[in-house]
Design a protein around this ligand. Structure first.
Ligand SMILES: [Cu+2]
Length: 756
C-alpha cells in the first residue's frame, strides 16, 4: 500500500466521521422539536390563468390608473385632483368596476363566449361647468380604454344636480376651517373657559342629511373633545352649529344657528356676549384623559395566549386574485367602492347556486334632543362601505392564519389607494358539530362531522362604527351572510333634563348614548338549478280531524300549506307581517324524490319599525319597509340604494319600492332582497366599544330538496365508529389521527400591519 492510497483512505475516513457526527447531532436536535406543519397560510396568488374568468374582480391598480389617464386626457386640462378640489372645480370623484351584464357574463361562463369587455364606472364632479352637475361615465375596454359613454340620464332619469354629490374630504376640511377661522374667533373666552379649547382640542362630527329639503346643503355640526389616541365620539361638549355650505365659493358660507344646552342662538358672538355678561348657564367639560373610560388601551398586562386555530395539514382552500376555491365551493369576491362586500358566481361542487350575493346599504337612524343627533340618518354607502374597508388585524379581526388580500380603490383622490389586507379568507372551526348522532337503540354507533366553514370577511370602518361583513359557506351547501356591528357609539351631550333619557341611557358624566337603529340591505341573486325559478311558501295549519279509529275523539293535526307566489306583490313581505316559515326559490328540475330543487331563505333579524311611511325621507329608504321581497331580475334594478340619497334624501330617483310592480315571477330569473336590522339603545357596556356579541343580523340560504341527501355526508372529515371497534385507532376514526398528524409546529406568518 503506497502513501497516496493511505492518505486517500484517511481522508475518506475523516469525511465519514464528520458526516456521521453531523447526522447524529442534527437528528438529536430535530427530535427535541416537532417538525413544522406544511405551509398553512396561503398567500393570495396573483391571477395567472389567462383563460380564467376575471369578470367580477375589482379593478387592479394598473386598470384604475389606465382609466384615470384616459379620463384626464379626454376631460380636458381644467380637471383638478379630487384631493385638492374645491366645490367649484371639476374632478374625478371615483373609479370602480362596472359590473358586466348578466347575460353576457353567463354566455362567457357557461357557453364559452368571449368575455364581455371589462369596463369601469367613473363619477365626475363638474363644479366648474355653467350648470354644475355630477356625471357618470362608463369607460372601456380595459386595460386600454378607448371609449366613454355618459350613463347619467339612463340611470337616474335625468341629470344629477350638483347638490346631491357626496362630500369630498376637501369640503369637510373647508367647513372646519370656516368654523376655526370665522366662527370660533367670535367666542374666544367662552370656548377657552368652558371647553379648555386651545386651538386643537375640539373636533367636529356632522349630521346627515344636510338640511330639511331637496337642494339644501346645510349641516348641523356637533363639537367633541379631541385628544390624541382617544375616540372623539364619547366626548360631546354640548355645542352644535348649523353651517350653510351650499355656495360653491366657501367665502359665502355662513353659520345660521348655534345650539347650546337646549337653546338656539344666532351665532357664537351672541353666546360670548351672554357668557361674559354672566347670563349664560354653562357646563364646564374637562378634557378627557388619554387613558380614561373611552380609551381602548389595555388595562392589564398580557396573559397567556387565547386558543389558536390552525390547519395542521395545510389549507383546504386557495385564493387566486379574487377567486376562492375549496374542495366544495368556488366564488369570486369583490368590493363595491360604495356598496361594499359582494360575491359572484357562487358554486357548490361546480354547480352555480348564486350569481351575486351583495351588501346594498347600511343605514342608522338616530334620536336625541340635540339638532345634530336628531337629524342623523347615516346612509353609509354614500361614504363608501368598500372604500372604508381597512386593514384587518391577524389574530383579532380574522384567525391568525387567514389569507389576507389587498384591495385598491380610487375615491376622493386622484391617486390609487392601496388598502392592505382589507379582505381575509379563512376556514372557521365552529366548535360545534354540523351534525352528530349517538345511537343506543338496537345498534350502538356514533357518527358526526365537526362544523367548519369557508369565510370571506371585510370590515367597513365608517366614522364611529365598524361593520364586520361575512359571507360564510358551509359544507352542507348552505350560504350565510352576516354583519356584526362594533366600534364607538355616537353620543350627544346630556343636557340634564329627564327628557334626555327618552333618547337613550346616560353612559358618562354628561354623555347620552343616543338611541338608533341599524338596518342593512342585501341582494341575493340566486340561480337555483338554472335561471328559471319560482317562489314557494310552505307552512303548517292545524286541522281538526276525527280519529279514524275512534271518531268520537278529535285530533288537531298539522298539515302543510303550499303556495306558489306568482307575482311581485305577493312576495313583498312588510316588516312585521308574518313571513311563511318556509320560503324558498325552486327550480323546475326535481331531485331523486320528485321534489322541485330549491334553496330556502331564512332571515335572522328582530322585527321593528324602520321609518314611518309619512316621513319625507322614507322613499329613499323604502327597502326597509320589507323584510323580504322577491323581484324579477332586471339590469336597471341592479341596486336598491344610491350614493346620492345621503345628500338629497327627499329625491329618490330610483326608489326600491318601485321595483315591486306586480310582475310575474313564474319561471323567471329572480332576485331576493333581504332587510336585516336591529335596535340599539346604547348602555353602559357600550363604553368604550360596542361588542360584536349579540349585535349580529343576517340571512341563511339553505338547500331544500336541492340535493337527494345531505351533501355533508361526503365530507372527508366525517367520523363514524361502532361498538366493538377501537375508536382510538387512526384506521377506524380520523379524529384519532390528530395527535400524529397535527404533531407539528404551526407555520405562522410573521405579524405585520401597514394600514395606520
Ligand atoms: Cu349601534
Amino acid at each position: 500500500m503506497n502513501l497516496k492510497v493511505v492518505l486517500v483512505f484517511l481522508a475518506l475516513s475523516l469525511i465519514t466521521i464528520f458526516a456521521l457526527a453531523y447526522v447524529l447531532l442534527t437528528s438529536c436536535g430535530g427530535s427535541s422539536l416537532p417538525p413544522r406543519c406544511p405551509s398553512v397560510s396561503p398567500r393570495a396568488q396573483p391571477w395567472t390563468h389567462p383563460g380564467q374568468s376575471q369578470l367580477f374582480a375589482d379593478l387592479s391598480r394598473e386598470e384604475l390608473m389606465a382609466v384615470m389617464s384616459f379620463l384626464t386626457q379626454k376631460l380636458g386640462p381644467d380637471l383638478v385632483d379630487a384631493a385638492q378640489a374645491r366645490p367649484s372645480d371639476n374632478c374625478i370623484f371615483s373609479v370602480e368596476l362596472q359590473l358586466p351584464l348578466k347575460a353576457a357574463a353567463l354566455a362567457h361562463l357557461d357557453r364559452g363566449s368571449p368575455p364581455p369587455a371589462r369596463e369601469a364606472l367613473a363619477i365626475i364632479f363638474f363644479g366648474g361647468q355653467p350648470q354644475p352637475n355630477v356625471t357618470e361615465l362608463v369607460v372601456g375596454p380595459l386595460p386600454q380604454p378607448s371609449y366613454m359613454r355618459d350613463v347619467t340620464v339612463e340611470r337616474h332619469g335625468g341629470p344629477l344636480p350638483y347638490h346631491r354629490r357626496p362630500m369630498l374630504a376637501t369640503e369637510s376640511a373647508q367647513m372646519w376651517t370656516h368654523l376655526k377661522e370665522v366662527e370660533f374667533p367670535k367666542a374666544p373666552v367662552f370656548l377657552a373657559s368652558v371647553f379648555n379649547y386651545n386651538g386643537s382640542t375640539l373636533a367636529a362630527l356632522h349630521a346627515t342629511p344636510r338640511g330639511l329639503r331637496s337642494g339644501d346643503r346645510a349641516t348641523w355640526i356637533a363639537l367633541y373633545h379631541n385628544i390624541s389616541g382617544v375616540g372623539i365620539f364619547l366626548h360631546p361638549v354640548g355645542l352644535e352649529l348649523l353651517l350653510d355650505h351650499r355656495a360653491l365659493d366657501p367665502a359665502h358660507w355662513a353659520v345660521q344657528q348655534v345650539f347650546y344646552l337646549g337653546h338656539y342662538y344666532a351665532d357664537l358672538g351672541q353666546l360670548e356676549w351672554e357668557f361674559k355678561a354672566g347670563r349664560l348657564d354653562v357646563v364646564r367639560v374637562p378634557l378627557p384623559l388619554p387613558d380614561g373610560a373611552s380609551s381602548l388601551r389595555s388595562r392589564v398586562s398580557p396573559g397567556p395566549l387565547p386558543p389558536l386555530e390552525f390547519s395542521p395539514q395545510g389549507s383546504r382552500y386557495s385564493v387566486q386574485g379574487h377567486l376562492v376555491e375549496s374542495f366544495l365551493w368556488t366564488f369570486t369576491f369583490g368590493h363595491g367602492a360604495f356598496s361594499g362586500m359582494r360575491i359572484f358566481d357562487v358554486r357548490f361542487k361546480g354547480e352555480r347556486v348564486a350569481y351575486e350575493v351583495s351588501v346594498q346599504e347600511c343605514v342608522s337612524i338616530y334620536g336625541a334632543d340635540s339638532p345634530k343627533t336628531m337629524m342623523t340618518r347615516y346612509l353609509d354607502s354614500s361614504y363608501g362601505l368598500g372604500r372604508h374597508s381597512r386593514g384587518l388585524v391577524r389574530g383579532v379581526d380574522c384567525p391568525y392564519q387567514s389569507t389576507m388580500v389587498d384591495t385598491h380603490v380610487l375615491v376622493g383622490q386622484g391617486a390609487v389607494q392601496l388598502l392592505p389586507g382589507a379582505v381575509c379568507v379563512f376556514e372557521e372551526a365552529q366548535g360545534l358539530p354540523l351534525r352528530r348522532h349517538h345511537n343506543q337503540l338496537q345498534s350502538h354507533f356514533y357518527g358526526g362531522l365537526a362544523g367548519s366553514a369557508l369565510v370571506v370577511r371585510s370590515v367597513s370602518s365608517v366614522g364611529n362604527y365598524d361593520y364586520i361583513w361575512d359571507f360564510v359557506l358551509h359544507p352542507n351547501g348552505a350560504l350565510e351572510g352576516r354583519v356584526h356591528a362594533t366600534g364607538y357609539i355616537n353620543t350627544a351631550f346630556l343636557s340634564g333634563g329627564e327628557e334626555s333619557l327618552l333618547f337613550g341611557n346616560r353612559v358618562g358624566e354628561r354623555v347620552l348614548g343616543a338611541v338608533h337603529t341599524h338596518a342593512f340591505h342585501f341582494k341575493l341573486d340566486l340561480d337555483v338549478a338554472g335561471l328559471k325559478n319560482w317562489v314557494v311558501a310552505e307552512d303548517v295549519v292545524f286541522k281538526p280531524v276525527a280519529a279514524p279509529w275512534s271518531p268520537e275523539h278529535q285530533l288537531q293535526r298539522p298539515q302543510l300549506t303550499r303556495q306558489v307566489l306568482g307575482r311581485e306583490d305577493l312576495t313583498a313581505f312588510f316588516l312585521g307581517s308574518p313571513l311563511p316559515r318556509y320560503l324558498y326559490l325552486a327550480s323546475n328540475q326535481t331531485n331523486a324524490w320528485g321534489h322541485q330543487r330549491g334553496y330556502r331563505i331564512q332571515i335572522h333579524s328582530p322585527l321593528g319599525i324602520h321609518m314611518p311611511p309619512d316621513s319625507t325621507m322614507e322613499r329613499a329608504l323604502s327597502w326597509g319597509r320589507y323584510q323580504l321581497v322577491v323581484t324579477r331580475r332586471k339590469e336597471e334594478e341592479s341596486q336598491s340604494s344610491s350614493i346620492y340619497y345621503q345628500n338629497d334624501i327627499w329625491t329618490a330617483t330610483a326608489a326600491f319600492a318601485d321595483f315591486i310592480n306586480n310582475e310575474t315571477l313564474l319561471g323567471e330569473d329572480l332576485v331576493a332582497w333581504v332587510t336585516a336590522s336591529f335596535l340599539h339603545i346604547p348602555h353602559a357596556e357600550d363604553v368604550p366599544n360596542t361588542v360584536t356579541l349579540g349585535n349580529r343580523v343576517g340571512f341563511l340560504l339553505r338547500p331544500y330538496n336541492f340535493f337527494d341527501e345531505d351533501p355533508s355526508i361526503f365530507s372527508p372529515g366525517s367520523v363514524y365508529f361502532e361498538k366493538g371497534q377501537d375508536a382510538g385507532l387512526c384506521s377506524v376514526n380520523h379524529v384519532a389521527c390528530i395527535p400524529h398528524l397535527a404533531a407539528c409546529v404551526p407555520d405562522l406568518p410573521p405579524f405585520s400591519y401597514q394600514d395606520l
